[in-house]
Write a protein that binds this ligand. Structure first.
Ligand SMILES: Nc1ncnc2c1ncn2[C@@H]1O[C@H](COP(=O)(O)OP(=O)(O)OP(=O)(O)O)[C@@H](O)[C@H]1O
Length: 284
């Protein structure tokens, strides 16, 4: 199925629309599929997917449950190989997680036995990085994520939102150029999610990284992204890519604009049909 690119009508708010800046491909998937199982009982989970993420863009993926969103992220990150097709990051074929790619998972992935500072520095220490450089990066991440006063606290002493900040900080210290997030705010309440969305936008703006966010929440995708890819029910394909047209300097207050409602409605219109297919399949 071909992707249909939808550009929603512009608003006066959007004077520096990212569409005016040249797009440089950063990560490219071509003909990517994922199939599980062996000959005779092959389970086709994903694709074929053709997708280009552009340098510095914020791209979100929404789709019905089980359509292959996490499978897509695993493949893009190099945690898993495609069954067919190729994945490229910065013009090189991805084999294993490349240097420059950071992943943040849904579940609270902090280590309960390590304090905040040691959680954040964990990956750098595993890589054998020099102590002074680790300290410099961790101090920066602690300040950036508002965790400075909690450096010696343990995860059990923190709220869910703070623990997720620790996980984001752990990715941030690796100075990723591509950040992949799989439902990072799924377990948080609505206000915390909105505020964490603002944190993520700030991180995206200040690092200049390319961001791919997997989310169940259409409002989160509509608020945060430059583009939102809508996936079909399994095997997941992109059936629509919606350009929001938000300026780079945006925050959660876009939710009160008419345009936000327009983007949200567009996403739901496409997703509703796909979600009904999944429900129909599970009912009969
Ligand atoms: N290692 C595996 N072996 C077999 N099947 C798998 C494997 N990983 C994923 N699947 C199946 O592939 C399909 C897509 O899974 P995936 O987790 O990518 O979907 P998702 O869109 O992220 O789901 P959700 O929205 O519920 O998180 C599912 O039916 C899942 O059961």
């Amino acid at each position: 199925m071909k992707s249909e690119h939808t550009v929603l009508a512009a608003e006066a708010l959007l004077q520096d629309s990212p569409a005016t800046t040249p797009r440089v491909p950063h990560a490219v998937l071509q003909g990517v599929t994922r199939k599980f199982g062996k000959a005779g009982s092959v389970f086709h989970a994903l694709g074929p997917i053709d997708l280009t993420l552009y340098q510095g863009e914020f791209f979100s993926v929404v789709g019905p449950s089980g359509c292959g969103k996490s499978t897509l992220l695993d493949t893009l990150s190099g945690l898993a190989s495609p069954s067919d097709g190729t994945v490229q990051f910065e013009n090189r074929e991805v084999k294993g997680v490349p240097d420059g790619v950071g992943v943040v998972f849904q579940e609270d992935a902090s280590f309960p036995w390590l304090n905040v500072r040691d959680n954040i520095s964990f990956t750098l220490r595993m890589r054998g990085m020099e102590g002074a450089e680790i300290k410099r990066r961790v101090d920066y991440a602690l300040a950036f994520m508002g965790l400075k006063d909690f450096a010696t606290a343990y995860p059990a002493q923190l709220s869910g939102g703070m623990r997720q900040r620790v996980c984001i900080a752990r990715t941030l210290v690796q100075q990723p150029r591509l950040i992949l997030l799989d439902e990072p705010f799924g377990a948080l309440d609505q206000q915390t999610r909105l505020l964490m969305g603002d944190e993520l936008l700030r991180l995206w703006r200040e690092t200049g990284a390319t961001v791919l966010l997997i989310t169940h929440a259409l409002d989160e995708a509509a608020m945060l992204s430059d583009r939102v890819g809508v996936m079909s029910s399994r095997p997941g394909l992109f059936i629509d890519i919606v350009e929001t047209g938000w300026p780079r300097d945006r925050d959660s207050r876009v939710v009160s604009t008419p345009r936000f409602g327009e983007v949200n409605a567009r996403l739901w219109e496409r997703l509703r049909v796909e979600s009904l297919k999944v429900m129909g399949a599970s009912h009969g």
